[in-house]
Design a protein around this ligand. Structure first.
Ligand SMILES: [Fe+2]
Length: 294
């Protein structure tokens, strides 16, 4: 098992941005000792019915970075999201920084390259991204050392990014009363998800955990921050030492009842290209709808 370079003495400043259209939380993570920052899981807005893209969410992040005179070093994607489009290339164009994702993006590109019947011009080698992370890879944000933990199960390329005492869990976990993410997308696996969650729960109890999504279950207010200790004790899907076997059974039964996310078709096509909208043969931005493939 990989030993990860955990350093709880580093305490990044974390600013959250909630997108109410997709219940996604994006983050600006700042090094307390310098101007350096990273953006985690940004959003590009889409009115899918109208085929219209806009940038209010990404502009709010850009404004925050500019107003605070920060230097953007990284745009991290915890995985290929199926419920919102990434705003990473738009932010990168304005502020720089490198777009990074898990190396298993190649598997995701291969799977959905087939679903969307992409031609040979669609590279399935992750080359649309600036950096591909493998388990345990480290990178720096100013003076902070961050690392990526491979946490497959929801999707093959999922990674949790740990920056000092803050971990960005993507869709591995939800808030304790939200449980865990589905594991039934192509390449997903409930057993793998359980194992990945155990990796997160093996981090120190005081580690801050930042969610990618929250849906305010049972009418509570939207929340996005908890701790490893809290999840271990209270998570409704995996807390209290639930067994792997039990989790797989529960997760599989539940996933069978879930409908597809509203934005899965545009999200996959855009996010597997690092946030770029595909183009038709004449160079016009254009999306496809594969019939009976998902
Ligand atoms: Fe997801």
């Amino acid at each position: 098992m990989t030993t990860y370079p955990v350093d709880m003495t580093v305490k990044p400043q974390v600013k959250a941005f909630f997108d109410s259209a997709t219940n996604t939380i994006s983050y600006v993570v700042k090094d307390p000792e310098s101007r350096a920052c990273a953006v985690v899981d940004s959003v590009m807005d889409i009115d899918y019915a109208a085929g219209r893209i806009s940038y209010e969410s990404a502009d709010a992040i850009i404004a925050h970075i500019q107003e605070n005179d920060l230097k953007l070093e990284w745009l991290i994607e915890t995985h290929v999201h199926a419920d919102h489009l990434s705003g990473a290339p738009y932010i990168q164009e304005k502020l720089g920084g490198k777009i990074g994702i898990g190396e298993k993006i190649k598997v995701v590109q291969d799977t959905f390259g087939k679903v969307f019947n992409e031609g040979t011009e669609f590279q399935r080698d992750g080359s649309q991204f600036d950096q591909l992370f493998t388990d345990g890879d480290t990178y720096t944000i100013g003076g902070m050392t961050a690392f990526a933990m491979h946490t497959p199960g929801h999707t093959p390329a999922c990674m949790v990014h740990v920056i000092g005492d803050a971990a960005f869990v993507g869709d591995t976990l939800f808030m304790p009363d939200g449980g865990s993410a589905r594991a039934d997308f192509p390449g997903g696996d409930a057993g793998e998800l359980y194992d990945s969650i155990q990796k997160v729960l093996a981090l120190p109890d005081a580690m801050r955990l930042f969610m990618c999504h929250d849906y305010g279950p049972n009418g509570r207010e939207i929340q996005w921050e908890t701790t490893v200790g809290d999840e271990k004790e209270h998570n409704i899907h995996v807390g209290g030492g639930r067994s792997r076997e039990d989790f797989i059974k529960f997760r599989t039964e539940r996933d069978a009842q879930l409908s597809m996310p509203k934005l899965i078709i545009p999200s996959l096509q855009v996010n597997m290209r690092a946030g770029d909208v595909p183009k038709d043969k004449d160079g016009n931005p254009m999306l496809k709808v594969p019939i009976n493939k998902l």
